[in-house]
Design a protein around this ligand. Sequence first.
Ligand code: AMP
Length: 542
Amino acid sequence: MHGMMMDRPLKIIDILKFAEEVHPTQEIISRTLQNSIHTTNYGEIGQRARRMSKALVSMGIKLGDRVATLAWNGYRHFELYFAISGLGAVCHTINPRLSSEQLTYVVNHAEDKIIFLDLTFIPIVEAHLEKFPSTTKYVLMTDKENMPECNIPNVICYEDLIDRADSDYDWPEFPEDTASSLCYTSGTTGNPKGVLYSHRSTVLHALLACVTLSGSFAVGRKILPIVPLFHANAWGIPYSAPLTGTSLVFPGANLDGASVYDLLNQNKVFSAWGVPTVWMGLLDEIKNRGAKPEGLGEMIVGGSAAAKSLIEAFENMDVTVIHAWGMTETSPLGTTGKLTPPYTELPREQQINLKGKQGRKVFMVDLKITDDEGKILPHDGKSVGNLFCRGNTIAGGYFNNEEASKAVIDKDGWFGTGDVATIDEEGFLVLTDRAKDLIKSGGEWISSIDLENMVMAHPDVENCAVIAIPHEKWDERPLLVVVPAEGKKPSKEELIEHLSGHFAKWQMPDDVVYEDTLPLTATGKVSKLTLRQKYEKHILAS
Ligand code: AMP
């Protein structure tokens, strides 16, 4: 027997329409690229998003077309999230830190019809004009006064586009499983893989984030996503904030400790979200100034493991630290470490220990750990296994990439995260390792395999391995271990020169060490674990 309730499609634009009607005066504050502060609100953003959707339709954008952004966190980027998906097109958020090859790949693979870009990224686009589709159009996210001279042909000014359209526009109806946004994530090797979110998955994620992190979202509170809008939808903040009428503060391009401090302090931001690297920068700044930013009450940290010392330092300042785990493929919240009773009754030291774990699952996400044969392991806090997840907000495959899609879903339909973990009886997740051969530096991925393939092409190298070395500021940095060919010893400079042009500067190994042979595992693979243990304390050059 079917229930008799109405069946209305869940749509992202309804979040903005709700905020426009119910929380029109709640503010959206942005630091602009000109370093001034811009203030708007949900009422105005609703009107501007409507006009931008109408402008996009007049440019020929239709349901399913990909429209890209190459931009920092600011109000224009935020309104594009809604203007693009609202008309049924797909908002492809491009990570500007991708290498040239990866950038070329994602724009062509997504077949972006338009790229909206911040002024900062003009040189990147100019350098890729020949490599991007010839039909792609470009819009500079600025106003007439700040339009610069540039070599991008027929470039359009963002504010002109809005000015030309009126707000007499009704967002269309479409099914809730319609694609809404696309975010590429780096693979262990080869090209990035596109995670294609739907309206349904996004609205459900927005709801579950508000429920799970109920302290972060409320009218009268301000939230600052340091996590970029091009990283897994800024962890869902752009949707959960309007849903609850929470004010947003966007940091623009300045993510150093001093700039983040000033923005938090001036706006009395309550909750700020970011990777451990930015918190380390903020902590240094707090030490310099002798006090935490006024009003800061909570920080959400994820993307990499948060060190206990970092958690303790913020907790000592009465900033509640919530450690979260997730992935681009999980929308991204999978677990959070928000402590509830009875854990809040525990002695402080035990609470800090619990906060160092990756937390417990959020509603609608199921977790399992298995051995290498797929056998489910107990949640006893001791059994270490491959972490899988399942749910309405978890990717079921990758955009136009059958091979990668098949590889990542197990026979029972669970998504393989590539993380290795324990789960205890109370559901606390602890990540113990990463099966995927990747290094995470400042929240961004570096593929060890891609680096190794290129190093192996050097005539003086017999064998090599790239491993992750713990790093205080960046969490992890790559170290290149080289077995030179007989009678040769290529220098660090020579090897870096050999890699340059193929990788972004920040993806380059920080140092090179030499070995006569590489340690092997029982199955004959290079034992990176042995190398990681050996070089754990290696002092990197940078
Ligand atoms: P991304 O898709 O770029 O967001 O990366 C997701 C991956 O980042 C996960 O699979 C983990 O390897 C890592 N990660 C995310 N959050 C955490 C965390 N709290 N602790 C440790 N690793 C994390």
